[in-house]
Design a protein around this ligand. Structure first.
Ligand code: AMP
Ligand code: ZN
Length: 454
């Protein structure tokens, strides 16, 4: 039995089972206006962790993640500057160029971290029409209203507003400052669609004139389009709880008149030296920064396992050093086990590992079990169990075997992988032949692919 902590019910609950074992999972994705930092990647490692644990248990995943390339203001509520506009001005590029550049950076880093990405990764700008229809439907149902600035969600029509973050909206409303926008029914009404001033950088035709979507609507719409009217698990960072996810719940539940997401899972923040990570404090690191200091992405992946996702994790270079040396030991022990000849019954370790990951992703305990198992006599049984655990851990134990592969072959393999993802199988096959002519075979695996010397 798998139990995860549901932020909505505030209890550990059994994972909702689906006929045919397909779990529908939605994860809030990156806003692509700047380099993603390691705090952001803690959120995607959390997503990866859930996906791999569910797959380890035999579930099939239907996962979705949005890419925010429009509508996100510097404050999660409807205030501040447009993040894409800020980046456009900073880099003298169009918002489309900005989105493409930082989406590529994100995908590349996610791959370096061996993150098991969802089946669908969807930019918000690819669903503008669907967003317009969704908002229109909320208007028809009386949950939204129009002002001179845009279309707003009327939170008074959704009495459950605030349940996820435990806020009493009536109390909040009583103490609220008067909103500067007098047309709004309540200061907490949030924007679904913004009427754009002529000079605004990104805008589309809508029944309400030229405009662009508010930030929150994309997640409701992308979830609806790809997963339908019920979603088993929804993930995100704790910062999203009080605004973004409350708004998403209001939009989606009112659209369908029932609770759309069954289980909400939230990740606590990565702190640096006990405080907030921020550019101005100079303590914001990217994967490239870590690499420059001699830490491979995998070290940060392992560092994630050292704390429970529901607790803040403190980032220090000492802790990273510890992760680095543990991986090194783990790999050297794995090598010895691979060549070992003792017989070891690994079932108790396998049981303990499964119990730990299924107990709300207790990765520190799962790692402790793994290290305990590796202390056994050198045995291929241990190596076999470790390889099984690695479906969840996602570490690279074949480094040396792939290290000699030339950049040319690696590049062809990457292109073939992309062709497969684009469903261009003819191209994928011809690339496979090219790879084969160079003396290599490419084998598809659960995690992606493996390059083998023929
Ligand atoms: P953004 O690109 O700003 O929309 O954020 C992407 C994801 O990163 C969100 O799910 C945030 O909750 C998460 N996030 C941002 N900062 C941190 C942090 N310091 N630790 C963990 N997650 C974070
Ligand atoms: Zn979202």
């Amino acid at each position: 039995m798998i139990k995860f902590f549901n932020s909505l019910s505030r209890t550990k609950e059994e994972v909702p089972f689906h006929e045919g074992k397909v779990i529908k999972m939605y994860s809030c994705g990156p806003t692509v206006y700047y380099y993603p930092h390691i705090g952001n990647f803690r959120a995607y490692l959390f997503m990866d962790n859930i996906r791999r644990v569910l797959k380890y248990n035999g579930f099939t995943l239907d996962g979705v993640m949005n890419i925010t390339d429009v509508g996100h203001l510097t404050s999660d509520a409807d205030e501040g500057e447009d993040k894409m506009l800020v980046a456009s001005q900073r880099e003298h590029k169009s918002p489309w160029e900005i989105a493409k550049f930082y989406t590529d950076v994100f995908m590349k880093d996610a791959k370096l971290l061996n993150i098991d990405l969802p089946e669908h990764v969807v930019p918000a700008t690819s669903v503008i029409n669907e967003m317009i229809c969704f908002v229109d439907h909320l208007m028809d149902k009386g949950y939204a209203y129009e002002t001179s600035k845009g279309i707003y969600f009327d939170i008074a029509k959704f009495p459950e507003y605030g349940r996820l973050s435990g806020m009493d909206i009536n109390e909040k409303l009583a103490g609220a400052r008067i909103d500067v926008d007098e047309e709004k029914h309540s200061p907490y009404d949030f924007v679904l669609w913004v009427k754009a001033p002529k000079e605004h950088i990104m805008q589309w035709q809508s029944p309400w004139g030229m405009g662009y979507p508010g930030w929150h609507i994309e997640c409701s719409v992308i979830g609806d389009k790809f997963l339908g009217e019920t979603i088993d698990i929804h993930t995100g960072g704790v910062d999203h709880k009080p605004v973004h996810h409350e708004n998403e719940i209001a939009q989606s539940n009112c659209y369908y008149d029932h609770q759309v997401v069954k289980m909400w899972m939230h990740l606590e923040f990565l702190q640096v030296d006990g405080g907030k990570m921020s550019k101005s404090l100079g303590n914001l690191y990217t994967l490239a920064d870590l690499k420059e200091r001699g830490y491979e992405p995998e070290v940060f992946r392992f560092f994630y396992f050292m704390a429970h996702y529901s607790k803040q994790q403190n980032f220090t270079f000492d802790a990273l050093d510890m992760a680095k040396s543990t991986i090194k030991n783990l790999k050297s022990m794995a090598k010895d086990h691979k060549a070992g000849s003792a017989k070891v019954d690994t079932s108790k370790y396998e049981r303990e590992f499964l119990e730990s990951i299924n107990d709300d992703l207790n990765m520190p305990r799962a790692i402790a079990t793994t290290l305990k198992m590796l202390k056994e006599e050198k045995s291929q049984d241990v190596y076999g169990a470790l390889m099984k655990f690695n479906q969840v851990l996602g570490l690279n134990f074949d480094e040396n075997e792939t290290e000699e592969v030339s950049p040319e072959v690696k590049d062809l393999c990457e292109k073939r992988w992309q062709a497969k993802k684009d469903r261009d199988f003819a191209l994928a096959d011809s690339l496979r032949n090219e790879i084969s002519n160079l003396g290599y075979e490419v084998k598809d695996t659960r995690e992606g692919y493996q390059i083998l010397k023929k």
